[in-house]
Design a binder for this molecule. Structure first.
Ligand SMILES: NC(=O)c1ccc[n+]([C@@H]2O[C@H](COP(=O)([O-])OP(=O)(O)OC[C@H]3O[C@@H](n4cnc5c(N)ncnc54)[C@H](O)[C@@H]3O)[C@@H](O)[C@H]2O)c1
Length: 251
Protein backbone atom coordinates (compact mmCIF):
# COMPACT_ATOMS: atom_id res chain seq x y z
CA UNK A 1 0.00 0.00 0.00
CA UNK A 2 1.38 3.37 -1.03
CA UNK A 3 1.68 6.20 1.46
CA UNK A 4 1.32 9.18 -0.88
CA UNK A 5 -1.48 11.75 -0.59
CA UNK A 6 -3.44 9.98 -3.35
CA UNK A 7 -3.07 6.57 -1.79
CA UNK A 8 -6.36 4.65 -2.04
CA UNK A 9 -7.50 6.67 -5.06
CA UNK A 10 -8.05 5.08 -8.46
CA UNK A 11 -7.54 7.20 -11.58
CA UNK A 12 -8.01 6.69 -15.29
CA UNK A 13 -5.93 8.75 -17.69
CA UNK A 14 -6.95 8.44 -21.34
CA UNK A 15 -3.94 8.50 -23.64
CA UNK A 16 -1.91 8.30 -20.44
CA UNK A 17 1.13 6.47 -21.77
CA UNK A 18 3.15 9.33 -23.25
CA UNK A 19 3.40 13.10 -23.62
CA UNK A 20 1.17 15.13 -21.33
CA UNK A 21 -0.86 12.04 -20.40
CA UNK A 22 2.32 10.15 -19.50
CA UNK A 23 3.39 12.98 -17.20
CA UNK A 24 -0.07 12.95 -15.58
CA UNK A 25 0.04 9.17 -15.04
CA UNK A 26 3.51 9.54 -13.53
CA UNK A 27 2.63 12.26 -11.03
CA UNK A 28 -0.59 10.53 -9.93
CA UNK A 29 1.15 7.17 -9.48
CA UNK A 30 4.11 8.77 -7.67
CA UNK A 31 1.64 10.33 -5.23
CA UNK A 32 0.10 6.97 -4.48
CA UNK A 33 -2.84 6.61 -6.87
CA UNK A 34 -3.59 3.45 -8.82
CA UNK A 35 -3.55 4.57 -12.46
CA UNK A 36 -5.39 2.96 -15.36
CA UNK A 37 -3.89 4.09 -18.65
CA UNK A 38 -6.57 3.84 -21.35
CA UNK A 39 -5.16 3.84 -24.84
CA UNK A 40 -4.85 2.36 -28.30
CA UNK A 41 -2.87 -0.81 -29.09
CA UNK A 42 0.30 1.28 -29.66
CA UNK A 43 0.01 2.61 -26.12
CA UNK A 44 0.58 -0.83 -24.57
CA UNK A 45 4.34 -0.75 -25.23
CA UNK A 46 4.50 2.95 -24.39
CA UNK A 47 2.93 2.19 -21.02
CA UNK A 48 5.63 -0.43 -20.44
CA UNK A 49 8.25 2.22 -21.22
CA UNK A 50 6.56 4.58 -18.78
CA UNK A 51 6.43 1.89 -16.10
CA UNK A 52 10.10 1.12 -16.62
CA UNK A 53 10.90 4.76 -15.84
CA UNK A 54 8.94 4.73 -12.58
CA UNK A 55 10.66 3.62 -9.44
CA UNK A 56 8.44 2.52 -6.58
CA UNK A 57 5.17 3.30 -8.34
CA UNK A 58 5.39 1.13 -11.50
CA UNK A 59 3.16 -1.56 -10.02
CA UNK A 60 0.36 0.98 -9.62
CA UNK A 61 0.17 1.69 -13.38
CA UNK A 62 -2.06 -0.63 -15.45
CA UNK A 63 -2.79 -0.59 -19.17
CA UNK A 64 -6.28 -1.02 -20.64
CA UNK A 65 -6.69 -1.08 -24.40
CA UNK A 66 -9.62 0.72 -26.01
CA UNK A 67 -10.77 3.70 -27.99
CA UNK A 68 -12.30 6.80 -26.42
CA UNK A 69 -14.31 7.51 -29.56
CA UNK A 70 -16.39 4.37 -28.95
CA UNK A 71 -18.92 4.58 -26.10
CA UNK A 72 -19.06 0.80 -25.64
CA UNK A 73 -15.30 0.74 -25.20
CA UNK A 74 -15.45 3.55 -22.58
CA UNK A 75 -18.31 1.91 -20.65
CA UNK A 76 -16.52 -1.46 -20.72
CA UNK A 77 -13.34 0.16 -19.44
CA UNK A 78 -15.05 1.82 -16.50
CA UNK A 79 -16.72 -1.48 -15.58
CA UNK A 80 -13.39 -3.31 -15.77
CA UNK A 81 -11.54 -0.73 -13.66
CA UNK A 82 -14.19 -0.95 -10.96
CA UNK A 83 -14.08 -4.78 -11.11
CA UNK A 84 -10.25 -4.79 -10.90
CA UNK A 85 -9.67 -1.98 -8.39
CA UNK A 86 -13.00 -1.57 -6.58
CA UNK A 87 -13.64 2.06 -7.48
CA UNK A 88 -12.91 4.97 -9.80
CA UNK A 89 -12.23 8.39 -8.25
CA UNK A 90 -10.34 10.42 -10.83
CA UNK A 91 -11.01 10.79 -14.55
CA UNK A 92 -8.51 12.64 -16.71
CA UNK A 93 -9.69 13.08 -20.30
CA UNK A 94 -6.37 13.61 -22.02
CA UNK A 95 -6.42 11.54 -25.26
CA UNK A 96 -6.44 13.75 -28.32
CA UNK A 97 -5.43 13.80 -31.96
CA UNK A 98 -4.86 16.35 -34.71
CA UNK A 99 -5.68 16.24 -38.42
CA UNK A 100 -4.70 19.72 -39.51
CA UNK A 101 -5.96 21.27 -42.75
CA UNK A 102 -7.54 24.55 -43.71
CA UNK A 103 -11.32 24.44 -43.82
CA UNK A 104 -11.25 24.42 -47.61
CA UNK A 105 -9.14 21.27 -47.63
CA UNK A 106 -10.56 19.59 -44.52
CA UNK A 107 -12.77 16.62 -45.42
CA UNK A 108 -15.94 15.80 -43.52
CA UNK A 109 -14.15 12.70 -42.29
CA UNK A 110 -11.19 14.81 -40.97
CA UNK A 111 -13.71 16.91 -39.08
CA UNK A 112 -15.64 13.97 -37.65
CA UNK A 113 -12.60 11.91 -36.69
CA UNK A 114 -11.14 14.70 -34.55
CA UNK A 115 -14.50 15.61 -32.99
CA UNK A 116 -15.13 11.94 -32.19
CA UNK A 117 -11.86 11.49 -30.29
CA UNK A 118 -11.36 14.94 -28.79
CA UNK A 119 -14.91 15.88 -27.80
CA UNK A 120 -17.16 12.80 -27.94
CA UNK A 121 -14.41 10.84 -26.14
CA UNK A 122 -14.50 13.01 -22.99
CA UNK A 123 -18.31 13.01 -23.06
CA UNK A 124 -18.39 9.20 -23.33
CA UNK A 125 -15.91 8.79 -20.48
CA UNK A 126 -17.79 11.19 -18.19
CA UNK A 127 -21.09 9.50 -19.04
CA UNK A 128 -19.60 6.07 -18.33
CA UNK A 129 -18.08 7.11 -14.97
CA UNK A 130 -20.74 9.39 -13.54
CA UNK A 131 -23.24 6.99 -11.94
CA UNK A 132 -20.40 5.33 -10.03
CA UNK A 133 -18.94 8.67 -8.86
CA UNK A 134 -22.37 9.90 -7.77
CA UNK A 135 -22.96 6.67 -5.86
CA UNK A 136 -19.66 7.17 -4.01
CA UNK A 137 -20.25 10.90 -3.55
CA UNK A 138 -16.76 11.67 -4.80
CA UNK A 139 -15.16 12.43 -8.13
CA UNK A 140 -12.49 14.54 -9.77
CA UNK A 141 -12.80 15.10 -13.52
CA UNK A 142 -10.17 17.01 -15.49
CA UNK A 143 -10.53 17.58 -19.21
CA UNK A 144 -7.52 18.62 -21.29
CA UNK A 145 -8.51 21.43 -23.62
CA UNK A 146 -6.00 23.70 -25.41
CA UNK A 147 -5.08 27.34 -25.82
CA UNK A 148 -6.50 27.07 -29.35
CA UNK A 149 -9.92 26.32 -27.84
CA UNK A 150 -9.84 29.99 -26.79
CA UNK A 151 -8.13 31.51 -29.80
CA UNK A 152 -8.84 29.28 -32.81
CA UNK A 153 -5.86 28.30 -34.94
CA UNK A 154 -5.09 28.38 -38.63
CA UNK A 155 -5.57 24.87 -40.05
CA UNK A 156 -7.23 23.50 -36.92
CA UNK A 157 -10.99 24.10 -37.31
CA UNK A 158 -11.74 20.55 -36.13
CA UNK A 159 -9.26 20.56 -33.23
CA UNK A 160 -10.01 24.10 -32.01
CA UNK A 161 -13.77 23.43 -32.16
CA UNK A 162 -13.39 20.24 -30.12
CA UNK A 163 -11.16 22.00 -27.57
CA UNK A 164 -13.64 24.90 -27.27
CA UNK A 165 -16.43 22.33 -26.93
CA UNK A 166 -14.59 20.76 -24.01
CA UNK A 167 -14.99 24.02 -22.09
CA UNK A 168 -18.79 23.85 -22.46
CA UNK A 169 -18.78 20.16 -21.55
CA UNK A 170 -16.64 20.85 -18.46
CA UNK A 171 -18.85 23.66 -17.17
CA UNK A 172 -22.01 21.66 -17.77
CA UNK A 173 -20.57 18.62 -16.01
CA UNK A 174 -19.54 20.89 -13.12
CA UNK A 175 -23.09 22.22 -12.79
CA UNK A 176 -24.71 18.81 -12.98
CA UNK A 177 -22.36 17.16 -10.46
CA UNK A 178 -21.76 19.95 -7.94
CA UNK A 179 -24.12 18.51 -5.34
CA UNK A 180 -22.33 15.13 -5.35
CA UNK A 181 -18.86 16.30 -4.26
CA UNK A 182 -17.65 15.84 -7.82
CA UNK A 183 -15.61 18.55 -9.52
CA UNK A 184 -15.06 19.03 -13.24
CA UNK A 185 -12.37 21.38 -14.50
CA UNK A 186 -10.41 21.97 -17.66
CA UNK A 187 -6.73 22.57 -18.22
CA UNK A 188 -5.84 24.42 -21.42
CA UNK A 189 -2.16 23.94 -22.28
CA UNK A 190 -0.24 26.09 -24.68
CA UNK A 191 2.16 24.46 -27.14
CA UNK A 192 3.89 21.70 -25.21
CA UNK A 193 6.93 19.61 -26.01
CA UNK A 194 5.36 16.24 -26.98
CA UNK A 195 5.19 13.99 -30.03
CA UNK A 196 1.99 15.75 -31.10
CA UNK A 197 3.94 18.99 -31.50
CA UNK A 198 6.95 17.17 -32.96
CA UNK A 199 4.66 16.26 -35.88
CA UNK A 200 4.28 19.95 -36.73
CA UNK A 201 6.60 21.52 -39.33
CA UNK A 202 9.56 23.30 -37.69
CA UNK A 203 8.32 26.64 -39.09
CA UNK A 204 5.00 26.18 -37.27
CA UNK A 205 6.82 25.29 -34.01
CA UNK A 206 8.90 28.45 -34.37
CA UNK A 207 5.75 30.53 -34.89
CA UNK A 208 4.15 28.93 -31.81
CA UNK A 209 7.23 29.82 -29.73
CA UNK A 210 7.29 33.37 -31.07
CA UNK A 211 3.60 33.79 -30.14
CA UNK A 212 4.37 32.62 -26.59
CA UNK A 213 5.61 35.51 -24.39
CA UNK A 214 7.95 33.14 -22.56
CA UNK A 215 9.41 32.20 -25.97
CA UNK A 216 9.43 28.44 -25.41
CA UNK A 217 7.29 25.32 -25.45
CA UNK A 218 5.76 24.03 -22.22
CA UNK A 219 6.96 20.79 -20.69
CA UNK A 220 4.49 17.92 -20.01
CA UNK A 221 5.33 18.04 -16.30
CA UNK A 222 4.26 21.69 -16.19
CA UNK A 223 0.78 20.67 -17.33
CA UNK A 224 0.63 17.54 -15.16
CA UNK A 225 1.27 19.43 -11.91
CA UNK A 226 -1.88 21.51 -12.49
CA UNK A 227 -3.92 18.37 -13.09
CA UNK A 228 -2.46 16.91 -9.90
CA UNK A 229 -3.55 20.01 -7.98
CA UNK A 230 -7.10 19.82 -9.36
CA UNK A 231 -7.61 16.14 -8.49
CA UNK A 232 -6.58 16.69 -4.90
CA UNK A 233 -9.26 16.13 -2.28
CA UNK A 234 -8.49 19.65 -0.97
CA UNK A 235 -9.39 21.24 -4.33
CA UNK A 236 -13.06 20.52 -3.62
CA UNK A 237 -14.24 24.13 -4.05
CA UNK A 238 -12.74 24.48 -7.55
CA UNK A 239 -15.21 23.42 -10.21
CA UNK A 240 -16.13 24.58 -13.70
CA UNK A 241 -12.79 26.37 -13.95
CA UNK A 242 -10.39 26.56 -16.87
CA UNK A 243 -6.71 26.66 -15.96
CA UNK A 244 -4.55 28.20 -18.68
CA UNK A 245 -0.98 26.86 -18.70
CA UNK A 246 0.48 28.52 -21.75
CA UNK A 247 3.51 30.72 -21.01
CA UNK A 248 1.33 33.80 -21.45
CA UNK A 249 0.14 33.01 -24.97
CA UNK A 250 -3.50 33.72 -24.11
CA UNK A 251 -4.61 35.73 -21.06
N1 LIG B 1 1.19 19.01 -27.12
C1 LIG B 1 0.58 20.19 -27.13
O1 LIG B 1 1.15 21.22 -27.53
C2 LIG B 1 -0.81 20.32 -26.62
C3 LIG B 1 -1.32 21.61 -26.43
C4 LIG B 1 -2.62 21.77 -25.95
C5 LIG B 1 -3.38 20.65 -25.69
N2 LIG B 1 -2.88 19.41 -25.89
C6 LIG B 1 -3.74 18.28 -25.59
O2 LIG B 1 -3.14 17.48 -24.60
C7 LIG B 1 -3.52 16.12 -24.78
C8 LIG B 1 -2.28 15.26 -24.86
O3 LIG B 1 -1.50 15.72 -25.95
P1 LIG B 1 -0.02 15.18 -26.27
O4 LIG B 1 0.68 16.27 -26.97
O5 LIG B 1 0.57 14.55 -25.06
O6 LIG B 1 -0.39 14.06 -27.37
P2 LIG B 1 0.30 12.67 -27.78
O7 LIG B 1 -0.03 12.46 -29.21
O8 LIG B 1 1.73 12.63 -27.36
O9 LIG B 1 -0.51 11.64 -26.88
C9 LIG B 1 -1.87 11.39 -27.08
C10 LIG B 1 -2.21 10.02 -26.56
O10 LIG B 1 -3.60 9.77 -26.79
C11 LIG B 1 -3.72 8.46 -27.33
N3 LIG B 1 -4.94 8.38 -28.15
C12 LIG B 1 -5.15 8.97 -29.36
N4 LIG B 1 -6.36 8.64 -29.82
C13 LIG B 1 -6.93 7.83 -28.89
C14 LIG B 1 -8.17 7.18 -28.82
N5 LIG B 1 -9.08 7.27 -29.80
N6 LIG B 1 -8.45 6.44 -27.71
C15 LIG B 1 -7.53 6.32 -26.73
N7 LIG B 1 -6.32 6.91 -26.75
C16 LIG B 1 -6.03 7.66 -27.82
C17 LIG B 1 -2.47 8.29 -28.17
O11 LIG B 1 -2.23 6.96 -28.52
C18 LIG B 1 -1.42 8.91 -27.27
O12 LIG B 1 -0.98 8.00 -26.31
C19 LIG B 1 -4.39 16.09 -26.04
O13 LIG B 1 -5.74 16.18 -25.70
C20 LIG B 1 -3.95 17.35 -26.76
O14 LIG B 1 -4.96 17.81 -27.63
C21 LIG B 1 -1.61 19.22 -26.35
Amino acid sequence: MANGPLSGRVAVVTGGSRGIGGAISRILANDGATVAVFGLEADRDRTETLRASLNGSASRVHFYEGNVSDFTSCAGLVEKIIADHGQLDILVNNAGITLDKTIRKMTVSDWQTVLNVNLSGPFFMIKAALDHMIERNFGRIVNISSVVGHTGNFGQANYASAKAGILGLTKTAALETARYNITANAVAPGFTNTEMVALMPQAAIDIAKSRTPQGRLGQPDEIARVVRFLVDEGSAFITGAVYDVNGGMYM
